[in-house]
Design a protein around this ligand. Structure first.
Ligand code: TRP
Length: 464
């Protein structure tokens, strides 16, 4: 067991529930409500869901434990964790994996803030009564299209969201993160259940349920499989060290097995719940899942509020809570970068927060302007996709997959299964089937992820 003393100066989560709420707060966000439905829609529905769930179980859960254990054992950010737990002599190339994580977090934060900014815009529209009286899918699509194509709004809202994130992170872990999430997450869950109840009873809703649960395996292609892996990692906040950083804040007396399992369960449950809202509502409104694209949730949701009593109240509540869920996720992304800059580069917390925020806004600009505001960015020459979609693909799929692969190899072969399991169980709580964890992290995860990446790259290169 690594004997790095728990660093009280970092600030710990006050309680296990506080940690679970913050971990779930990081995991639950736009990945569940915005990304999951549209990727599922594009990737064929139920067959994609099956693969996604398999990846959550066989790759996501092992990686979440690897990351949490690395964080708590080392008491460091991703870069520091690889430094502390890796080989001490002859240079330690693993530090670069931590570095890739910090860069990936930065890049994800940039495009994520753009979509998070849209949620702020929708809070405003809901308050202004834009959806009151009911909108058809067509009207809703036009509202979305006009809104995201407005460059001033797109940039202003992205910047606002980044500043909000900075203000929370500036306050430190416990005060900032724990307080916000332990109240708002449960409320969000209740609201989603109510919305699912409404969506499922709309006329034509069953077609949406079938789309989500009746698999058609002929729809599976290598791209669909990579999307499923990327979505599993993205949704659980894995592959770039966010959970390493959070693990370092988990008190040593608290049960890591419980914390990891609960976060995974909540996150996956909420994604499915979101699917149970979006797909029934989508079929009821006569839209095809594959036509939704990145705007899917924003276009579909307004069509169901008016079919509910107090419709506009639901609309307001939904967007406020979605923005909050997004905020607890952006906080975890920014926290990784800031803890790296503070721990490894010796920057002051304040300087690290604002410097990162400013730099991130610069990278966010092309994404913000790529959903209709600037034609060249909205359909990149030669690629046909928007700058935002490209960022999501590179960082949200490829980079997280590479990161998860290297984290598995590191935890399974370099740091080692035994020290990792010791860290996971040091509170005295058992990790059921810890031998299975070792096997998954050493063999199954690396082979599956590496195989998939090689296959996809081969197809890209040969143009197949
Ligand atoms: N998991 C979050 C979501 O689903 C997004 C997120 C936060 C994230 N931190 C991350 C994704 C780290 C990848 C890596 O909305």
């Amino acid at each position: 067991m690594a004997n790095i003393p728990q660093d009280e100066g970092r600030g710990n989560f006050g309680s296990l529930i506080g940690f679970v709420m913050a971990g779930a707060g990081s995991a639950i966000g736009l990945g569940n409500i915005w990304r999951f439905p549209y990727v599922t829609g594009e990737s064929g529905g139920a067959a994609f869901l099956v693969i996604y769930l398999a990846f959550v179980l066989l790759i996501g859960v092992p990686v979440i434990y690897a990351e949490l254990a690395m964080g708590r054992a080392s008491q460091r950010n991703p870069v520091g964790a690889f430094a502390a737990l890796g080989p001490k002599e002859g240079g330690n190339p693993w530090v670069a994996v931590g570095g890739l994580g910090v860069i990936t977090g930065f890049a994800i934060l940039a495009f994520y803030s753009v979509v998070a900014g849209w949620t702020l815009g929708y809070v405003g529209m809901a308050f202004g009564g834009t959806f009151a009286g009911g909108v058809t899918a067509e009207q809703s699509g036009a509202i979305f299209g006009g809104f995201v194509a407005n460059p001033v709004w797109a940039v202003a809202l992205t910047a606002s969201f980044l500043v909000l994130t900075a203000l929370v992170v500036r306050g430190g872990v416990q005060k900032g993160i724990e307080r916000a999430t332990s109240i708002l997450m449960p409320v969000f869950l209740i609201l989603l259940v109510l919305l699912a109840g409404r969506a499922l009873t709309l006329p034509g809703a069953m077609a949406g349920v079938e789309f989500l649960f009746l698999p058609d395996f002929s729809k599976i292609t290598p791209t669909v499989v990579l999307n499923a892996l990327g979505q599993a990692l993205f949704s659980l906040s894995l592959g770039m060290g966010a959970m390493i950083t959070y693990g370092s804040y988990l008190d040593r007396t608290q049960s890591m097995p419980f914390a990891g399992a609960t976060v995974a369960l909540f996150d996956t449950g909420i994604a499915i719940l979101a699917g149970l809202i979006i797909f029934p509502a989508l079929y009821a409104a006569g839209v095809k899942p594959e036509d939704g694209g990145a705007g899917l949730v924003f276009v579909v949701m307004p069509t169901i509020f008016e079919a509910m009593p107090l419709g506009n109240v639901f609309a307001i509540a939904f967007y406020v809570l979605l923005a909050t869920a997004a905020l607890t996720s952006t906080v975890s992304l920014l926290e990784v970068i800031v803890s790296y800059l503070v721990d490894e580069q010796g920057l002051g917390r304040e300087a690290a927060v604002w410097g990162t925020t400013a730099a991130c806004l610069a990278l966010a600009l092309p994404s913000a302007l790529s959903v209709g505001a600037v034609d060249q960015l909205s359909s990149l020459p030669g690629l046909g996709m928007s700058f935002l979609d490209l960022q999501d693909l590179i960082w949200g799929n490829y980079s997280l997959s590479i990161g998860a692969l290297l984290i598995c190899i590191f935890a399974g072969w370099v740091w080692g299964v035994q020290p990792a399991v010791d860290e996971m169980t040091r509170s005295g709580h058992d990790l059921p089937a810890s031998a299975v964890w070792g096997f998954l992290v050493r063999y199954v995860c690396p082979v599956a992820i590496a195989g998939l990446l090689v296959y996809i790259t081969y197809n890209l290169v040969t143009g197949a």
